[in-house]
Design a protein. Structure first.
Length: 512
């Protein structure tokens, strides 16, 4: 059991505060004990806070300080005066002392204009990060596009820049778009600044994180001073985008809350999306199939296998590995890989026959990165994306991948995970080889780049490389479907290899 103190300074319009408190009350608490602390910064005691305290154990309400300036917010934006920021910093540092002195496992600091997803706390705790914020999106001014409450550096810099690097406006714009696009995809990313919805571990509390002013730092806002101090203490900052809260920045935005709750399944009324793994196999019994299927059964709901006339015990191995999971294995009596498009279409029809919500297609020598398999459920729960693209790494040894002129698959993103849409007219790239594992027109759907990685193990064994070299020379001698020059480099005795890192920073700043 882990003990969490959820804390918030509160000066809020009653309609927004009511929604905030309702969401707190509905937070999942599996293996957690949740206590609450509020600083009531209203001129008079808040009846809503008093009622919340009467209905829930472990609630403390602390009277706020006498106010010098008045906090103004309207339908356009919010106006923060300097003294108000540092008063809020005092409140947050009070919560830090409480959590540290009372030996809580985590402190969760959250603003009172957020409607939290019920899974927020259990998910953030499960990440095992010392400081992590759940990302929400806000039009800081009504004419702006929605932007996140996390950033990469400075006051609110949303683009990567190296020290001393001179950037054109075009490059700045492109990098900003990359960062924002990255945050739209469920995942956890290293950032330079965060706030307002932040989980802080016992380790970070004991190291001395705080919101009070760093006197020689001219950044505006207590969150910036907290972030700079945290990184100086050796702590990394992370942003998570799996369960975005709804930001009630303006009272008028309450009208969109019900829609957000429905999309993100706040009440659990919609069943979990069903994920089907589809795989094409041939003579895989003595390679990686058992390892890959053993991993897959941990994160998929059902599996379809198309066996292309295997001559070993591949089919029996599939049946053994999948015995505890709904699955279907279809066997072709004659091999058909000389016409790959027909196999890919056949596999696709098998997958959609399972009535899936999502289809994941992996080859029998492709394995998801270990952390990736735990993130798939968050990906398919996202209502705003239809296609996820991953990077594939051509592994040349168990712990090194190839990277040179013709071997750069990991530098691009390709589709692996697709939402099945009834009524969508799927169109294939009609090619005998390299036709793609999905219909080509999925590119017209909502596509997002995921930081999940795929290990392609098919090149690891020298005998496999030799077999593929001769197969491509036989099936595609002129490079009609692939790149002839790449085929010629398969047997290169000294390829350039790069060590595989099991855990790499997934933020937009980490470039291969």
């Amino acid at each position: 059991m882990q003990y969490i103190l959820i804390a918030s300074p509160v000066k809020q319009k009653p309609a927004l505060l009511q929604e905030f408190l309702v969401c707190l009350q509905r937070l999942d608490r599996k293996d957690l004990v949740l206590d609450f602390a509020f600083v009531d910064d209203h001129e008079e005691e808040s009846p809503l806070l008093l009622n919340f305290a009467s209905e829930n154990p472990g609630v403390r309400i602390i009277k706020g300080k006498e106010q010098a300036s008045i906090y103004h917010c309207n339908e356009h934006t919010h106006h923060w005066q300097e003294d108000i920021m540092w008063r809020v910093a005092e409140y947050k540092d009070l919560f830090i002392r409480m959590a540290r002195e009372e030996d809580y496992d985590y402190l969760f600091l959250v603003d009172s204009d957020l409607a939290l997803n019920p899974k927020t706390i259990t998910h953030l705790v499960g990440l095992g990060k010392d400081i992590v914020s759940e990302v929400y999106w806000t039009k800081w001014e009504q004419e702006l596009i929605p932007l996140p409450q996390v950033w990469l550096g400075g006051q609110y810099r949303l683009h990567e820049v190296k020290r001393g690097e001179a950037l054109t406006d075009e490059t700045v714009g492109r990098r900003q778009r990359e960062f924002i696009e990255q945050l739209r995809c469920p995942g956890t990313y290293k950032v330079g600044g965060l706030g307002a919805c932040t989980l802080i571990s016992k380790k970070a509390l004991r190291l001395g994180v705080a919101f009070n002013e760093i006197y020689n730092l001219d950044l505006i806002g207590e969150d910036r001073h907290f972030c700079v101090r945290a990184v100086a203490l050796g702590l990394d900052l992370y942003a998570d985008t799996c369960y975005p809260p709804y930001h009630m920045y303006r009272e008028s935005e309450l009208s969109g809350l019900d829609r957000h709750k429905e999309l993100y399944n706040y009440d659990g009324a919609h069943p979990e999306p069903k994920l089907t793994l589809a795989m094409l196999v041939r003579n895989e019994a003595d390679r990686y199939l058992e390892q890959i299927l053993g991993q897959a059964v941990q994160y998929v709901d059902q599996v379809v296998i198309l066996d292309d006339a295997s001559e070993d015990n591949t089919v029996e191995l599939c049946q053994k590995c999948l015995s505890g999971l709904p699955h279907h294995v279809s066997i072709n009596r004659q091999p058909g890989f000389h016409n790959e498009i027909s196999l890919r279409k056949q596999l696709w029809e098998m997958a959609i026959a399972t009535d899936p919500d999502w289809i994941l297609i992996l080859d029998a020598d492709e394995m998801l990165d270990v952390p990736a398999m735990h993130e798939l459920r968050a990906l398919i729960a996202n209502p705003e994306v239809d296609v996820y693209t991953f990077r594939l790494y051509d592994m040349w040894t168990e712990d090194k991948y190839r990277e040179d002129t013709y071997w750069q698959a990991h530098r691009c993103f390709r589709p692996f995970l697709v939402r099945y849409k009834q009524g969508f007219s799927y169109v294939w790239h009609e090619a005998a080889q390299h036709c793609g594992r999905f219909p080509v027109n999925i590119a017209k759907l909502n596509v997002a780049k995921s930081t999940l990685r795929v290990k392609h193990l098919g090149w690891v064994r020298p005998e496999d490389r030799l077999n593929k070299y001769y197969r491509y020379r036989r099936l595609d001698p002129d490079g009609q479907y692939g790149i002839k020059e790449q085929y010629d480099t398969i047997l290169d005795p000294k390829p350039k290899l790069v060590p595989w890192r099991e855990s790499e920073d997934s933020g937009i700043g980490s470039r291969e």
